[in-house]
Design a protein around this ligand. Structure first.
Ligand SMILES: *Cc1c(COP(=O)(O)O)cnc(C)c1O
Length: 455
């Protein structure tokens, strides 16, 4: 399988190159040149467990890693989860909640980043190269990325986060690793400052090449690919088509569901569930894609205005026409707004946005009625699931984080004293390691240069 860019100006490349490249050089996002149709395999695939399905499905998209090697990487990635099923389906009232948070950092990002970390290690080991991964995080992504690559000989990881503006738990999830390849930079500034620094680092081509900088952000194709598996797996647990409800920020998670549907898994519709940052919900209602000011909510992982993976969806919506896509994205980049001729004619997707007070009410209600504790992000999905209940169609709500990651909101909504998870409690006693740094490009470059173990 070869990979092409949504902007059409990058030569097709292999899977391994796509993994290491991340963003295409023409500024586009990488996609497989065709989407395999799996309908004839579904009967056989129903009997597979999660890891078994992952091997089959991911194998369709990878032809430059020997099959047994790929299978071993997949097995190892999911051994880190605290349940042998990897993901778990729980009945909560009329809704099936698909828990994706059984990995090491208790958020769904582990499903992709545990595999991506092992793919990096495998590819670099073969090529003899060293990669310096640099990222900026407002919370969840940094810890999941570190959990995917800590201790690896071919990678150093540098994560910038705004000092004092991530939760104590989120900071502990990053700063308690003892591995010498993990470098946490507490930047004296905002998340925007961190992202600005990251952009500048990657725009400095001399530095980028000399230090062999790599990224793990949500545009990496392997992340999307790993996420397709749980949509396929969950859909095969039912005897009819299912509807998925997906709390959405960067559109990465729900885009994987969209691809699962295009591959032929029995998925009726996908519900794009946003918080008050509703640019995506607006797009699906009106066809207008317009940036606004970021609003800070109790679902920080979804406080996003410009969803990086949306471009992949739009590429398909526009008939795989890279030129039309380029025009749309250019207009959006220069004016902050671009639009279709009218509301999108999209049968696969419904969309809605959820206010904080509604999701808090739902966390309380679900706890009282079903004795289930949902995290705020998951609750955005639960509110949306109720809005789009459909007779006869099972609804699966994707649960993206364990509630103990967001104890303040969860305790307030449920009137519980505490929400716990042993993995988080263990962190509190561990020593921490981090460097406080000013939001200054030269300072960050000097730090990376000094601490990168090899180039
Ligand atoms: C990252 C994240 C999301 C948003 O996922 P996208 O792929 O960006 O749409 C939702 N919930 C939690 C808990 C997350 O960490």
């Amino acid at each position: 399988m070869q990979y092409i860019s949504t902007r059409g100006n990058t030569p097709a490349m292999s899977f391994k190159d796509a993994v290491i490249t991340g963003l295409a050089p023409d500024g586009g996002l990488l996609l497989p040149e065709h989407i395999p149709d799996v309908r004839e395999r579904l009967d056989d695939w129903r009997s597979l467990d999660f890891v078994g399905l992952a091997k089959e499905l991911i194998g369709l998209f990878v032809d430059d890693i020997p099959r047994t090697d790929l299978q071993r990487l997949i097995e190892k990635a999911y051994l880190t989860f605290d349940t042998p099923e990897v993901v778990r389906m729980v009945e909560v009232g009329d809704v099936h909640v698909l828990e994706l948070f059984h990995g090491p950092t208790l958020a769904f990002k582990d499903v992709a980043l545990q595999l991506l970390g092992r793919l990096f290690d495998y590819i670099l080991d073969k090529s003899g190269e060293h990669l310096n991964i640099v990222g900026a995080t407002s919370g969840d992504t940094g810890s999941a990325a570190i959990a995917g690559v800590h201790g690896q000989p071919h990678i150093d990881i540098f994560v910038m986060y705004p000092n004092g503006r991530v939760s104590d738990l989120q900071e502990l999830q990053m700063t308690t690793y003892e591995d010498e390849n993990v470098h946490c930079l507490a930047v004296e500034g905002s998340f925007d400052d961190c992202q600005g620094l990251l952009k500048e680092l990657f725009n400095d081509l001399e530095f980028k090449q000399r230090l062999h900088l790599g990224a793990v952000n949500s545009v990496n194709w392997a992340r999307v690919l790993a996420q397709i598996v749980y949509y396929g797996y969950a859909s095969l647990r039912f005897s009819s088509d299912v509807r998925f409800c997906v709390p959405t920020g960067n559109f990465g998670n729900v885009f994987a569901g969209y691809l699962a549907r295009r591959m032929g898994f029995p998925i009726e519709k996908l519900i794009v569930a946003t918080n008050e940052n509703d640019i995506l919900a607006q797009f699906f209602h009106t066809g207008v894609y317009q940036r606004g000011e970021v609003r800070f909510t109790s679902t920080p992982a979804m406080d996003i205005q410009v969803a990086s993976n949306f471009e992949r969806y739009l590429y398909y919506y526009l008939g795989e026409d890279a030129e039309r896509l380029d025009t749309f994205m250019d207009r959006f980049a220069s004016t902050g707004s671009a639009q279709l001729d009218g509301p999108p004619q999209e049968e696969a997707i419904l969309a809605t946005s959820v206010a904080t007070q509604d999701l808090m009410g739902t966390i309380g209600e679900v706890f009282r009625n079903s004795n289930y504790v949902a995290d705020p992000h998951t609750a955005v999905g639960l509110v949306s699931a109720a809005r789009f209940a459909s007779r006869g169609t099972p609804v699966v709500c994707v649960a993206t984080a364990h509630p103990a990651k967001f104890p303040e909101s969860v305790c307030e909504a449920t009137q519980k004293d505490t929400v716990r998870h042993p993995a988080l409690e263990a962190l509190v006693r561990k020593p921490t390691r981090r460097t406080v740094i000013r939001p200054n490009l030269d300072g960050v470059k000097a730090f990376i240069e000094m601490h990168a173990r090899q180039r």
